[in-house]
Design a protein around this ligand. Structure first.
Ligand code: ATP
Length: 363
């Protein structure tokens, strides 16, 4: 039966129409997601959108109420059954690494290998510790390790039994920012190297884009959009998705003869009807700045620089557009909309200067 169900599906983990209530709160509303072999899928969304509940149901830590969960094409939870977590072959990693304090690192990793003969357990645990670069600390106790090292051991422990799928809930959020970047980089490396299918929860869009082959963006227990990070970033399904992936400029426009005229110039209106009001969303990196009387497109607007902030490789320039009805004026009380522009780090227009502003149509 296992193979007949699996035909036509590459999914290692499938959640099918999973609905879940806590009292009168609907935490998940007919959620369906799949994780393919070797794939890393991130569940992303604001607090309370149901990410952790979905992961716990996949793990078997939360009893299924409605829908189905399949692992490798085999039903592990539906209306008739609910396989307990230890029988599901899933690796779990949570924010608090939850290592056993009285066991050494290698014994922590060997803990889930009870099915192997005793001698093989240590061998296998050491092999995984080598993979995560922790073999030298095999005989240390958890309290002797840094947070990053503990998290690496937690990943090793979850990987040691070669689970069908890894389930990780905010695995890096207990670490400070430098360590977080390092450990997530190492974790991605090892998951890809071992080809382990992974479902990971995060509320951090940057982390999701760094880690995920595919992102499932959720709100209110439902999927808002699912796709590669590039798809969600470049072709957001709606304003919520666009705004979730970072800074965005919101401009009001009106459709006139197939074009939307906005305070930053004209754009193609697509299929919007004539006369319709349009909300135009422009990423800061698509906003171009030019010296006044420079090479901006004709009709480019002028604005005043409120602040320029270097953010490393790029800078963000905060601008206020000049009011078109009052062009030439830079008085704040006559000001038009505020706009953010992201420009290469070396170009920092000084505060209080005027610049010409337009939209890069290719961004
Ligand atoms: P966060 O990022 O804050 O962890 P989340 O997206 O993981 O949020 P869940 O923890 O899955 O969201 O919660 C989804 C909804 O279900 C929320 O409204 C939450 O308050 C509710 N909820 C979750 N667990 C329980 C519980 N054990 N009892 C009652 N309500 C719960």
């Amino acid at each position: 039966a296992r193979f007949t169900v699996a035909i036509g599906s590459m999914d290692i983990l499938t959640l099918e129409n999973v609905t879940h209530d806590f009292g009168s709160t609907r935490a998940l509303d007919s959620l369906s997601i799949g994780v393919e072999a070797g794939e890393l899928v991130c569940l992303l969304g604001p607090s309370g959108c149901g990410k952790t509940t979905a992961l716990r149901i996949a793990a078997g830590l939360e009893p299924l109420q409605a829908g189905r969960v399949l692992l490798d094409g085999e039903v592990v939870a539906d209306a008739d059954q609910d396989t307990p977590p230890e029988a599901r072959s899933v690796g779990l990693v949570f924010q608090d690494y939850a290592l056993f304090p009285h066991l050494t690192v290698v014994d922590n990793v060997a803990f889930g290998l009870r099915k192997l003969p005793r001698r093989r357990r240590r061998e296998r645990a050491m092999a995984v510790l080598r993979q995560v670069g922790m073999a030298e600390l095999a005989d240390a106790h958890p309290h002797m390790l840094s947070g990053g090292q503990q998290q690496r051991v937690a990943v090793a422990r979850a990987l040691a039994p070669r689970p069908r799928v890894m389930l990780m809930d905010e695995p890096f959020s207990g670490l400070d920012v430098t360590l977080r970047h390092q450990v997530r980089d190492e974790t991605l490396h090892i998951l890809k190297q071992t080809g382990t299918a992974t479902l990971m929860v995060t509320h951090d869009p940057e982390e999701a884009m760094f880690m995920a082959d595919r992102v499932v963006l959720m709100r209110g227990g439902r999927i808002v959009q699912m796709g590669t990070p590039a798809q969600l970033y470049a072709a957001p399904a709606n304003e919520f998705v666009a705004a979730f992936f970072g800074d965005i400029n919101r401009l009001h426009g009106v459709v006139r003869q197939g074009r939307v005229s906005t305070p930053l110039g004209e754009l193609d209106a697509g299929r919007l009807p004539e006369g319709a009001p349009a909300n135009v969303l422009v990423r800061p990196e698509a906003v171009r700045l030019h010296p006044v009387d420079g090479d901006a497109a004709s009709g480019a607007r002028t604005g005043r620089v409120l602040a320029s902030r270097l953010l490393g490789r790029s800078s963000v320039v905060h601008l206020v557009l000049d009011n078109p009805a009052d062009s030439g004026s830079i008085q704040a009380d006559r000001a038009g909309p505020h706009v953010h522009a992201r420009v290469p780090g070396r170009f920092l227009p000084p505060e209080n200067t005027c610049v010409e502003i337009d939209i890069d149509p290719y961004q």
